[in-house]
Ligand binder design. Structure first.
Ligand SMILES: [Zn+2]
Length: 75
C-alpha cells in the first residue's frame, strides 16, 4: 500500500472498526496523512489523489511553516 499524498510505502494501521472487519484507518509514517479504507478512490488511490495536494518527502525540509511565526515585538 502507498500513501495517497506522498507515495511512501511506510504505512501503519491506526485503527480498525470495533465491530466486524468493516474499515481500517491508515497512517503514513512519512507525511502523517491518515485516511480510512472506505473513503473514495480520490482519497485512497495515490494516482487519483488531487495532484494539488501531493507532497514530495524530499522537499519537507524546505516547506514553509504554516502559520509562519512573526518576528518578536520589541518593547
Ligand atoms: Zn504520506
Amino acid at each position: 500500500m502507498k500513501c495517497p499524498r506522498c507515495n511512501s510505502e511506510s504505512i501503519d494501521i491506526m485503527a480498525k472498526s470495533p465491530v466486524g472487519d468493516v474499515w481500517e484507518v491508515y497512517l503514513c509514517d512519512t507525511c502523517t496523512f491518515s485516511w480510512r479504507s472506505t473513503e473514495g478512490t480520490n482519497i485512497t488511490d495515490p494516482e487519483q489523489y488531487d495532484k494539488r495536494f501531493k507532497l514530495n518527502p524530499e522537499e519537507f525540509d524546505t516547506l514553509a511553516q504554516i502559520p509562519p511565526i512573526p518576528p518578536l515585538l520589541k518593547k
